[in-house]
Design a protein around this ligand. Structure first.
Ligand SMILES: [Zn+2]
Length: 116
């Protein structure tokens, strides 16, 4: 992958990261020692509906956290110079795949193996 493309992907990852962080803060999640945490003292009323809402929020937060973690890991690999290298076979991941899924850690072949 050439430097210019890498910079473009980095820019879009940074943007996604900022947007995930923004959404997480909207859900009342704050960065704790083990990543993002949702405060338990956040004014949720003690009712069945509030419990449902809360578990929905927690589900959203969980997904956002996961996305955020993948983005952070991808940015770290860029800094380490290992971005775009398959973690299983060590071969470069195709540019098209990285453009479609910038957080990919495996080449398409190995991803299929993992999914099976
Ligand atoms: Zn591979």
């Amino acid at each position: 992958m050439d430097e210019k493309k890498m910079q473009e992907i980095r820019a879009s990852l940074e943007e996604e990261k900022a947007s995930a962080e923004h959404q997480l803060s909207e859900y009342g999640a704050a960065v704790g020692e083990e990543g993002f945490e949702v405060s338990s003292n956040d004014g949720f009323a003690d009712s069945a509906q509030a419990t449902t809402e809360r578990s929905e929020v927690l589900g959203m937060v969980e997904r956002l956290q996961e996305t955020h973690g993948e983005i952070v890991a991808a940015l770290k690999r860029m800094d380490d110079g290992t971005y775009g290298i398959c973690e299983r076979c060590g071969k470069p991941i195709a540019d098209e795949r990285l453009e479609a899924r910038p957080t990919a850690r495996l080449c398409l072949e190995d991803q299929q193996v993992v999914n099976e």
